[in-house]
Write a protein that binds this ligand. Structure first.
Ligand code: ADP
Ligand code: MG
Length: 616
């Protein structure tokens, strides 16, 4: 294990002379910030806004453009302009199927259980690939500004993000060439920006009201001895400034006597932009007048307020629900802070002031407050704080090998020890009775590039079809840095355990080299990982297809099977190759043919199970 300086209060690691950036990776806009002369500063490209629209445009050569230029393409090339990627992070197709209409680009429907993919041109992208493009753009801004390479950062995420959404965010950072030291909750970052962690007077309760472009959330935090805890978080992932824009667009459409089904996608986008301009202007003036293709559109403040009110009322209801979840009465809240561009709508402050006795604080720019707080957290990590104590951490990540030679991290690096974590796995072959578990240490995506610590076999799993056994692998690192790995098949209660002296025998230099390597090879690693994942998916589907052909030979004619066999044959060849997009494409085509056939087989199975059963 390694000894490093750790902040007593936050548990953060100190090293000298580090520049760590803070990133707000937003659904609508993203920002990057640092601490300069002790003050948070949000960075921008010379002459442009600090808010980088989280939009990616792919041109005909599949080359990506990020930010305002990409946002401008929403009106002219919506199919290849990707927005709101954050909504897709760590999600499966099933999770987002209901909201597919919202996206103007193609979300690929292949294997509903695995993570979503997006198609643009002839390429397939994961949300991680796409977020990485935004994070790369932010890196460029930072490097241009500070005049040297930067690599370390913290990234904020909503408090309600689950593990896989957090992991996806980290992976995106890695792919963009960042070393993501920490994922921080957005409301916590906002509270840090206000410096509440430094106010020493006992405990404090803070309500963070965040109304962005497409999402609302209210988090109740409590601060005790400099440590924040999220007491509750309530929100609506489909409520925000976009809804206000949409209400105004509908108003304009009826005012102009337009028909929505006669408008082109681009025209609707133009109306949306006009509506957004109206919304911003009506925060200050009494009337908005605009022009749409020669037609005069007018919106008065009282009508605007009537459109906005139901949306703000929903946020107030959710705010009440969040307080209830936290078990706090509104009088127990010491401070309300405003986050997100949509809190500039005057009615937000009015309604919150009616509800709370506490001050409604928006002295820090609500667009920037999360990024500023991320920079504060980064500064704490960089060690520019007092109260240091020596503590032990795991210097490198610990994990096991999964199908295709991938490294699956169970305890991430820089975890305080003692520490423990577990994860579930299953078998990949029918009737498999033994499972070999190989334990590795390191930051690379392929185990072959990491350090092997040991391996053992879980024996005596009762034979079951592939995917049915439920095997939990548990890692525990004790205070002496000794790793104990346990594996247990839960259905049959079969168990094995080994002890590994994990961190000994590796020097600080070796460790540093491994870290540098992981950053140097990040792009290549992620590419290979994506290829292996595509191959794994293809192999699963080929396995299922063969089973299907065997089981239902009597239900279909050979001619009906032919197209299925043909694509399966093609896929078998592609799996040997290196082209992940071609693999996804074949999976996609195979799925389109197989699905209706599977439905026929299903209907037949139901008919057969009913046949011969008489209802008396
Ligand atoms: P996110 O956190 O989702 O990335 P932001 O916090 O950047 O979102 O908020 C973007 C939203 O804020 C957009 O809907 C935008 O129209 C809205 N917004 C920005 N400025 C104003 C303003 N002056 N008045 C009302 N809404 C605004
Ligand atoms: Mg935000």
């Amino acid at each position: 294990m390694s000894r490093v300086a750790i902040d007593l209060q936050s548990g953060d690691v100190k090293q000298d002379d580090r520049l760590i950036l803070g990133i707000d990776l937003g659904t609508t806009n993203s920002l990057i910030a640092l601490i300069h002369n002790g003050v948070p500063e949000v960075l921008r490209h010379e002459g442009s806004s600090a808010l980088v629209p989280s939009v990616i445009y792919f041109n005909e050569e599949n080359k990506a453009v990020v930010g305002q230029t990409a946002k401008d393409k929403l009106t002219t090339d919506p199919e290849n302009t990707i927005f709101s990627v954050k909504r897709l992070m760590g999600r499966s197709f099933n999770d987002v199927a209901d909201s597919r209409e919202f996206f103007s680009y193609e979300i690929v429907d292949t294997d509903t259980e695995s993570l979503v993919k997006i198609k643009s041109g002839n390429k397939f992208y994961t949300p991680i690939d796409l977020s990485a493009l935004v994070l790369k753009e932010l890196k460029k801004i930072a490097e241009e500004k500070v005049g040297r390479q930067v690599s370390e950062c913290v990234i904020t995420v909503p408090a309600y993000f689950n593990d896989s959404q957090r992991q996806a965010t980290k992976d995106a950072g890695k792919l963009a060439g960042w070393d993501v030291l920490r994922i921080v909750n957005e409301p916590t970052a906002a509270a840090l920006a206000y410096g509440f962690d430094k106010s020493a007077d006992g405990s404090r309760n803070i309500a963070v009201y965040d109304l962005g472009g497409g999402t609302f959330d209210l988090s109740v935090l409590t601060l005790e001895d400099g440590v924040f805890e999220v007491l509750s978080t309530k929100g609506d992932t489909w409520l925000g400034g976009d809804d206000v824009d949409k209400a105004i667009t509908d108003y304009f459409i009826s005012q102009g006597g337009l028909r929505i089904d006669r408008l082109k996608k681009g025209q609707i986008q133009t109306l949306r932009l006009l509506s957004e301009a109206a919304k911003k202007q009506l925060g200050q003036s009494d009337i908005f007048e605009g022009d749409f293709e020669g037609m005069k559109l007018v919106l008065r403040r009282e009508d605007y307020r009537r459109l906005v009110e139901p949306i703000i009322n929903k946020t107030i209801d959710l705010t009440k629900a969040a307080l209830k979840d936290a078990g706090l009465d509104q009088s127990k809240i010491d401070e309300v802070i405003l986050v997100g561009g949509s809190t500039r709508i005057p009615m937000v402050k009015e309604k919150l002031a009616e509800m709370f006795d506490a001050p409604i604080n928006d002295t820090i720019n609500p667009d920037e407050v999360v990024a500023q707080g991320a920079a504060v957290q980064a500064d704490i990590l960089a060690g520019n704080q007092n109260n240091l104590l020596l503590l032990d951490v795991t210097p490198l990540s610990l994990g096991i090998e999964t199908v295709g030679g991938l490294m699956d991290v169970i305890i991430p690096r820089n975890s305080k020890i003692p520490s423990g974590a577990g994860r579930h796995y299953t078998t990949s072959v029918d009737g498999q009775v033994n499972l070999r578990i190989s334990v590795f240490q390191g930051e690379r995506d392929l185990v072959q590039d990491n350090r092997k610590l040991g391996e053992f076999t879980l024996k005596g799993i009762p034979p079951m079809p592939a995917g049915i056994p439920k095997i939990e692998v548990i890692f525990k690192v004790d205070a002496d840095g000794i790793l104990i790995v346990k594996a247990r098949e839960e259905r049959s209660n079969t168990e094995t355990e080994v002890e590994i002296k994990a961190q000994y025998g590796i020097s600080e230099e070796e460790m540093a080299l491994m870290l540098i390597d992981s950053i140097k090879h990040a792009e290549e690693d992620v590419r290979i990982k994506a290829l292996i994942e595509a191959r794994n998916e293809a192999n699963n589907i080929l396995h299922a297809t063969k089973k299907f052909l065997r089981q239902h030979a009597d239900l279909f004619t050979p001619q009906q099977f032919d197209p299925l066999k043909e694509i399966a044959g093609e896929l078998e060849v592609l799996v040997q190759g290196e082209d992940k997009d071609a693999i996804h494409d074949a999976i996609h085509r195979l799925d389109r043919i197989a699905r209706p056939m599977a439905e026929v087989a299903m209907d037949d199975a139901i008919r057969q199970s009913l046949a011969g059963k008489s209802i008396v």
